[in-house]
Design a protein around this ligand. Structure first.
Ligand SMILES: NC(=O)c1ccc[n+]([C@@H]2O[C@H](COP(=O)([O-])OP(=O)(O)OC[C@H]3O[C@@H](n4cnc5c(N)ncnc54)[C@H](O)[C@@H]3O)[C@@H](O)[C@H]2O)c1
Length: 252
Protein backbone atom coordinates (compact mmCIF):
# COMPACT_ATOMS: atom_id res chain seq x y z
CA UNK A 1 0.00 0.00 0.00
CA UNK A 2 1.42 3.40 -1.01
CA UNK A 3 1.77 5.72 1.98
CA UNK A 4 0.79 9.33 1.38
CA UNK A 5 1.53 12.59 3.18
CA UNK A 6 -1.03 15.23 2.29
CA UNK A 7 0.10 18.86 2.02
CA UNK A 8 -3.09 20.93 1.96
CA UNK A 9 -6.27 19.86 3.70
CA UNK A 10 -8.85 22.02 1.92
CA UNK A 11 -11.37 20.97 -0.68
CA UNK A 12 -9.16 18.62 -2.76
CA UNK A 13 -7.33 17.32 0.31
CA UNK A 14 -10.63 16.29 1.85
CA UNK A 15 -11.76 14.47 -1.31
CA UNK A 16 -8.42 12.63 -1.49
CA UNK A 17 -8.47 11.69 2.18
CA UNK A 18 -12.03 10.39 2.07
CA UNK A 19 -11.60 8.26 -1.09
CA UNK A 20 -8.47 6.30 -0.28
CA UNK A 21 -8.29 3.46 -2.78
CA UNK A 22 -4.93 1.82 -3.41
CA UNK A 23 -3.19 4.22 -1.04
CA UNK A 24 -3.26 5.28 2.58
CA UNK A 25 -2.98 8.84 3.90
CA UNK A 26 -0.76 8.60 6.97
CA UNK A 27 0.08 12.26 7.65
CA UNK A 28 -1.64 15.58 6.96
CA UNK A 29 -0.26 19.12 7.08
CA UNK A 30 -1.90 22.50 6.54
CA UNK A 31 -1.05 26.07 7.47
CA UNK A 32 -4.46 26.13 9.15
CA UNK A 33 -4.12 23.49 11.82
CA UNK A 34 -7.90 23.11 12.14
CA UNK A 35 -8.00 21.89 8.52
CA UNK A 36 -5.37 19.23 9.24
CA UNK A 37 -7.11 18.32 12.50
CA UNK A 38 -10.48 17.85 10.82
CA UNK A 39 -9.00 15.57 8.12
CA UNK A 40 -7.22 13.66 10.84
CA UNK A 41 -10.55 13.09 12.59
CA UNK A 42 -12.06 11.84 9.33
CA UNK A 43 -9.24 9.47 8.42
CA UNK A 44 -7.04 8.70 11.41
CA UNK A 45 -3.99 10.20 9.65
CA UNK A 46 -1.60 12.03 11.97
CA UNK A 47 -2.03 15.84 11.84
CA UNK A 48 1.12 18.00 11.78
CA UNK A 49 1.37 21.71 12.48
CA UNK A 50 5.12 21.78 11.88
CA UNK A 51 6.29 21.17 8.31
CA UNK A 52 9.70 19.87 9.39
CA UNK A 53 8.05 17.16 11.48
CA UNK A 54 5.59 16.31 8.71
CA UNK A 55 8.34 15.85 6.17
CA UNK A 56 10.25 13.35 8.29
CA UNK A 57 7.17 11.15 8.76
CA UNK A 58 7.14 7.70 7.15
CA UNK A 59 5.42 8.12 3.78
CA UNK A 60 6.50 7.55 0.16
CA UNK A 61 4.68 10.29 -1.74
CA UNK A 62 3.73 13.80 -0.74
CA UNK A 63 0.56 14.98 -2.45
CA UNK A 64 0.38 18.75 -2.72
CA UNK A 65 -3.16 20.18 -2.84
CA UNK A 66 -2.45 23.54 -1.22
CA UNK A 67 -1.27 26.50 -3.32
CA UNK A 68 1.46 27.80 -5.62
CA UNK A 69 3.00 29.48 -2.56
CA UNK A 70 3.18 26.11 -0.79
CA UNK A 71 4.90 24.48 -3.77
CA UNK A 72 7.47 27.26 -3.84
CA UNK A 73 8.05 26.96 -0.09
CA UNK A 74 8.15 23.18 0.32
CA UNK A 75 8.69 21.25 -2.92
CA UNK A 76 12.50 21.20 -2.82
CA UNK A 77 12.53 20.10 0.83
CA UNK A 78 10.02 17.35 0.12
CA UNK A 79 12.22 15.89 -2.61
CA UNK A 80 15.38 16.32 -0.54
CA UNK A 81 13.70 14.28 2.21
CA UNK A 82 13.38 11.36 -0.18
CA UNK A 83 9.69 11.64 -1.06
CA UNK A 84 8.15 11.57 -4.51
CA UNK A 85 5.84 14.51 -5.11
CA UNK A 86 2.46 15.02 -6.76
CA UNK A 87 1.92 18.70 -7.61
CA UNK A 88 -1.61 19.93 -8.23
CA UNK A 89 -0.74 23.65 -8.00
CA UNK A 90 1.33 23.21 -11.15
CA UNK A 91 1.27 26.95 -11.83
CA UNK A 92 4.32 27.08 -9.54
CA UNK A 93 6.31 25.41 -12.33
CA UNK A 94 5.72 28.34 -14.73
CA UNK A 95 8.86 29.85 -13.21
CA UNK A 96 11.64 28.37 -15.36
CA UNK A 97 14.45 28.73 -12.79
CA UNK A 98 12.40 27.17 -9.98
CA UNK A 99 11.21 24.30 -12.19
CA UNK A 100 14.70 23.49 -13.46
CA UNK A 101 16.05 23.54 -9.92
CA UNK A 102 13.31 21.22 -8.72
CA UNK A 103 13.82 18.77 -11.58
CA UNK A 104 17.56 18.71 -11.03
CA UNK A 105 17.12 18.02 -7.28
CA UNK A 106 14.66 15.24 -8.15
CA UNK A 107 17.23 13.71 -10.51
CA UNK A 108 19.96 13.88 -7.88
CA UNK A 109 17.68 12.24 -5.30
CA UNK A 110 16.19 9.74 -7.81
CA UNK A 111 12.69 10.98 -7.02
CA UNK A 112 9.76 11.65 -9.32
CA UNK A 113 7.45 14.63 -9.65
CA UNK A 114 3.97 13.77 -10.93
CA UNK A 115 1.66 16.31 -12.55
CA UNK A 116 -1.93 15.02 -12.61
CA UNK A 117 -4.14 15.97 -15.56
CA UNK A 118 -6.07 18.20 -13.15
CA UNK A 119 -9.12 19.93 -14.53
CA UNK A 120 -8.76 18.72 -18.14
CA UNK A 121 -8.68 15.43 -20.00
CA UNK A 122 -6.07 14.45 -22.56
CA UNK A 123 -3.06 16.14 -20.96
CA UNK A 124 -0.93 13.05 -21.60
CA UNK A 125 -1.48 13.19 -25.39
CA UNK A 126 -0.19 16.74 -25.55
CA UNK A 127 3.27 15.33 -24.86
CA UNK A 128 3.46 14.68 -28.62
CA UNK A 129 4.58 18.32 -28.73
CA UNK A 130 7.90 17.12 -27.32
CA UNK A 131 8.60 15.08 -30.45
CA UNK A 132 6.53 16.68 -33.19
CA UNK A 133 5.90 20.24 -34.41
CA UNK A 134 3.02 22.13 -32.81
CA UNK A 135 1.92 25.33 -34.50
CA UNK A 136 -0.38 26.79 -31.86
CA UNK A 137 -2.20 26.06 -28.61
CA UNK A 138 -5.08 28.12 -27.29
CA UNK A 139 -6.85 27.48 -23.99
CA UNK A 140 -10.20 29.24 -23.64
CA UNK A 141 -11.41 28.99 -20.06
CA UNK A 142 -14.80 30.22 -18.87
CA UNK A 143 -15.69 30.42 -15.19
CA UNK A 144 -18.29 32.15 -13.07
CA UNK A 145 -17.31 35.67 -11.93
CA UNK A 146 -17.58 34.36 -8.34
CA UNK A 147 -14.85 31.79 -8.86
CA UNK A 148 -12.61 34.47 -10.44
CA UNK A 149 -13.44 36.87 -7.60
CA UNK A 150 -14.90 39.31 -10.16
CA UNK A 151 -18.13 41.23 -10.19
CA UNK A 152 -19.47 41.51 -13.77
CA UNK A 153 -22.99 41.24 -15.18
CA UNK A 154 -22.06 40.24 -18.77
CA UNK A 155 -19.55 37.81 -20.31
CA UNK A 156 -16.21 39.57 -19.86
CA UNK A 157 -12.69 38.77 -21.06
CA UNK A 158 -10.65 38.77 -17.85
CA UNK A 159 -7.31 37.95 -19.49
CA UNK A 160 -5.81 37.32 -22.91
CA UNK A 161 -2.15 36.42 -23.33
CA UNK A 162 0.48 33.88 -22.32
CA UNK A 163 -0.12 31.14 -19.73
CA UNK A 164 2.85 32.18 -17.64
CA UNK A 165 1.43 35.72 -17.31
CA UNK A 166 -2.13 34.56 -16.66
CA UNK A 167 -1.11 32.29 -13.77
CA UNK A 168 0.51 35.27 -12.03
CA UNK A 169 -2.82 37.14 -12.05
CA UNK A 170 -5.08 34.13 -11.42
CA UNK A 171 -2.98 31.66 -9.39
CA UNK A 172 -6.03 29.66 -8.27
CA UNK A 173 -7.80 29.41 -11.60
CA UNK A 174 -5.59 28.58 -14.53
CA UNK A 175 -3.18 25.84 -13.41
CA UNK A 176 -4.25 23.80 -16.44
CA UNK A 177 -2.62 26.31 -18.80
CA UNK A 178 0.76 25.66 -17.20
CA UNK A 179 0.21 21.90 -17.23
CA UNK A 180 -0.53 22.05 -20.98
CA UNK A 181 2.58 24.16 -21.61
CA UNK A 182 4.74 21.69 -19.66
CA UNK A 183 3.28 18.63 -21.36
CA UNK A 184 3.57 20.03 -24.88
CA UNK A 185 6.74 22.11 -24.30
CA UNK A 186 4.92 24.79 -26.32
CA UNK A 187 3.69 28.23 -25.39
CA UNK A 188 -0.01 28.35 -24.54
CA UNK A 189 -2.19 31.34 -25.36
CA UNK A 190 -4.97 31.83 -22.82
CA UNK A 191 -8.35 33.51 -22.97
CA UNK A 192 -9.97 33.63 -19.54
CA UNK A 193 -13.64 34.60 -19.52
CA UNK A 194 -15.88 35.50 -16.59
CA UNK A 195 -19.46 34.61 -17.46
CA UNK A 196 -22.38 35.22 -15.08
CA UNK A 197 -24.49 32.73 -17.04
CA UNK A 198 -22.23 29.75 -16.24
CA UNK A 199 -21.99 27.86 -12.98
CA UNK A 200 -19.39 25.37 -14.25
CA UNK A 201 -15.70 25.56 -15.18
CA UNK A 202 -15.33 25.20 -18.96
CA UNK A 203 -11.98 24.55 -20.65
CA UNK A 204 -11.79 24.56 -24.47
CA UNK A 205 -8.47 23.54 -25.99
CA UNK A 206 -7.50 24.28 -29.61
CA UNK A 207 -4.27 22.75 -30.92
CA UNK A 208 -2.82 22.78 -34.45
CA UNK A 209 0.27 20.83 -35.40
CA UNK A 210 1.97 18.22 -37.54
CA UNK A 211 -0.51 15.63 -36.19
CA UNK A 212 -3.58 17.58 -37.39
CA UNK A 213 -5.99 19.59 -35.26
CA UNK A 214 -7.59 19.15 -31.85
CA UNK A 215 -10.61 20.78 -30.33
CA UNK A 216 -11.72 19.61 -26.92
CA UNK A 217 -14.20 21.01 -24.48
CA UNK A 218 -14.73 19.95 -20.91
CA UNK A 219 -17.54 21.26 -18.75
CA UNK A 220 -16.52 20.65 -15.16
CA UNK A 221 -18.69 20.63 -12.10
CA UNK A 222 -17.13 22.79 -9.40
CA UNK A 223 -15.99 21.04 -6.22
CA UNK A 224 -18.45 21.06 -3.35
CA UNK A 225 -16.23 23.22 -1.12
CA UNK A 226 -14.43 25.45 -3.64
CA UNK A 227 -16.09 26.77 -6.85
CA UNK A 228 -12.69 27.73 -8.32
CA UNK A 229 -11.59 24.08 -8.32
CA UNK A 230 -13.18 21.53 -10.63
CA UNK A 231 -14.17 18.24 -8.99
CA UNK A 232 -12.30 16.51 -11.83
CA UNK A 233 -9.01 17.88 -10.46
CA UNK A 234 -9.45 15.84 -7.28
CA UNK A 235 -10.51 12.78 -9.28
CA UNK A 236 -7.37 13.09 -11.42
CA UNK A 237 -5.19 12.85 -8.30
CA UNK A 238 -7.17 9.84 -7.06
CA UNK A 239 -6.75 7.99 -10.37
CA UNK A 240 -3.05 8.90 -10.54
CA UNK A 241 -2.49 7.46 -7.04
CA UNK A 242 -4.56 4.34 -7.75
CA UNK A 243 -2.40 3.55 -10.79
CA UNK A 244 0.95 4.84 -9.63
CA UNK A 245 2.58 1.42 -9.21
CA UNK A 246 0.47 -0.51 -11.71
CA UNK A 247 2.42 -2.71 -14.14
CA UNK A 248 -0.07 -1.70 -16.86
CA UNK A 249 0.61 1.91 -17.84
CA UNK A 250 -2.18 3.49 -19.87
CA UNK A 251 -1.77 6.78 -21.75
CA UNK A 252 1.19 8.54 -23.28
N1 LIG B 1 -3.84 21.38 -11.80
C1 LIG B 1 -5.13 21.68 -11.90
O1 LIG B 1 -5.76 21.51 -12.94
C2 LIG B 1 -5.84 22.23 -10.71
C3 LIG B 1 -7.23 22.23 -10.70
C4 LIG B 1 -7.88 22.69 -9.58
C5 LIG B 1 -7.18 23.19 -8.48
N2 LIG B 1 -5.83 23.24 -8.54
C6 LIG B 1 -5.06 23.77 -7.39
O2 LIG B 1 -5.05 22.81 -6.35
C7 LIG B 1 -4.84 23.47 -5.11
C8 LIG B 1 -5.84 22.94 -4.06
O3 LIG B 1 -7.17 23.28 -4.45
P1 LIG B 1 -8.34 23.30 -3.35
O4 LIG B 1 -9.61 23.54 -4.09
O5 LIG B 1 -8.22 22.12 -2.47
O6 LIG B 1 -7.95 24.63 -2.52
P2 LIG B 1 -8.47 25.00 -1.05
O7 LIG B 1 -8.26 26.47 -0.93
O8 LIG B 1 -9.84 24.47 -0.80
O9 LIG B 1 -7.49 24.23 -0.06
C9 LIG B 1 -6.11 24.54 0.03
C10 LIG B 1 -5.63 24.15 1.42
O10 LIG B 1 -4.21 24.29 1.43
C11 LIG B 1 -3.81 25.08 2.54
N3 LIG B 1 -2.64 25.87 2.15
C12 LIG B 1 -2.56 26.84 1.21
N4 LIG B 1 -1.33 27.35 1.16
C13 LIG B 1 -0.60 26.69 2.09
C14 LIG B 1 0.75 26.78 2.53
N5 LIG B 1 1.60 27.69 2.02
N6 LIG B 1 1.18 25.93 3.49
C15 LIG B 1 0.32 25.03 4.05
N7 LIG B 1 -0.98 24.91 3.69
C16 LIG B 1 -1.43 25.73 2.72
C17 LIG B 1 -5.01 25.99 2.86
O11 LIG B 1 -5.02 26.40 4.21
C18 LIG B 1 -6.18 25.07 2.53
O12 LIG B 1 -6.57 24.28 3.64
C19 LIG B 1 -4.99 24.98 -5.39
O13 LIG B 1 -3.70 25.57 -5.51
C20 LIG B 1 -5.68 25.00 -6.74
O14 LIG B 1 -5.41 26.18 -7.49
C21 LIG B 1 -5.15 22.74 -9.61
Amino acid sequence: MVRIGLLGCGNVGKIIATHQEGFQVVGVFDQLHEHAASLSELTGAKPYSDFNEFITADFDICVEAASIVAVRAYALKIIEHGKDLVILSVGALADDAFREDLISVAKENRKRIHIPSGAIMGLDNLKIGQISHIESILLRTTKSPESLKMNVSTRTLAFKGKAKDCIKLFPKNINVSVAIALASTHEVQVELWADPDVDKNIHEIFVKGEFGELYSKITNLPSPDNPATSYLAALSVLSLLKNINSPLVIGA
